[in-house]
Design a protein around this ligand. Structure first.
Ligand code: HXC
Length: 257
């Protein structure tokens, strides 16, 4: 492994993967992503590991996909390189993954953090999808995961203007779990991972899979589901009572039927 450092037992039953291209602010080149995929697969298959922490360094979690590696590529090159199959494999990791973020988490770096199950950040962390400023757009889930995490208005602003948000703002809008002083972010991620590592592994795996299912349901499917339930309310006495009460300017009496 050239660009990541793996510690299998960083804490009892908790593994650590550190992204390690510090000079390039951990820019995610294809080799780094391949190494990350392979390491996660190994840790996922290792019975001695129950939770995984991914981190960078104090200055950067990751400042995005490697712009220098992508700069000369055509659309067909990108299609043939098919880097997202690596991301798809990473997403299949069954064990819980916690991102411990300090400094920049931008573009693919922000997307990688969001691919993890939880995010613990230092006060210095900055999250952003600045792809728009270099003439592209998020490609590894940014438009989807960010929107689901923080809502359309804020996601749209971040994606269309490329503005960064602070760790405090990211916590306020639900993108991350916790903000702590910079000297504590990794320890805090370990704490969370260790807590989960002590719980029933099968339940943890199934629960992770179930929560993630929310994100895998298409909007159309969700809307369809909502619409059916909306129609179903018209089969209830309470719908008749509620609407009639409104028209008759009185308080409704609901019976749960
Ligand atoms: C390649 C990068 C890089 C990146 C930084 N570097 N980000 N190299 N790809 N994404 C390199 C710089 O070129 C520089 O190398 C070194 O890291 C230090 O960066 P500086 O710019 O000198 O540092 P600073 O002035 O502190 O600015 C930090 C920064 C800035 C604000 C994070 O580096 C920046 O804007 N980076 C790009 C962020 C971005 O646009 N990310 C989205 C990428 S597209 P040298 O050799 O000059 O010292 C993307 C698509 C994802 O992520 C979809 C597919 C997975």
């Amino acid at each position: 492994m050239e660009y990541i450092i793996v510690t299998e037992q960083a804490r009892p039953q908790v593994a650590l993967i550190q992204l390690n291209r510090p000079k390039e602010l951990n820019a995610l080149n294809l080799q780094l992503m391949g190494e990350l995929r392979d390491a996660l697969k190994e840790l996922d298959d290792n019975d001695q590991v129950r939770a995984i922490v991914i981190t960078g360094n104090e200055r950067a979690f990751a400042a995005g996909a490697d712009i220098k590696q992508m700069a000369g590529k055509t659309a067909v090159d990108m299609l043939n390189i098919d880097q997202f199959s690596t991301w798809d494999q990473i997403k299949k990791t069954k064990k819980p993954i916690i991102a411990a973020v300090s400094g920049f988490a931008l573009g693919g770096g922000c997307e990688l953090a969001m691919t993890c199950d939880m995010i613990v950040a230092s006060e210095t962390a900055q999250f952003g999808q600045p792809e728009i400023k270099i003439g592209v757009m998020p490609g590894a889930g940014g438009t989807q995961r960010l929107t689901r995490a923080i809502g359309k208005a804020k996601a749209m602003e971040m994606v269309l203007t490329g503005k960064f948000i602070s760790a405090t703002e990211a916590e306020r809008c639900g993108l991350i779990n916790k903000v702590v002083p910079v000297e504590l972010y990794l320890e805090e991620a370990f704490k969370l991972a260790s807590q989960i590592a002590q719980l029933a592994p099968v339940s943890v795996k199934l629960a992770k899979e179930s929560v993630n299912r929310t994100f895998e349901t298409h909007l159309d499917e969700g809307l369809h589901f909502e619409r059916k339930n909306f129609y179903l309310t018209f089969a209830s006495e309470d719908q008749t009572e509620g609407m009639n009460a409104f028209i008759e300017k009185r308080k409704p009496t609901f019976k749960g039927r």
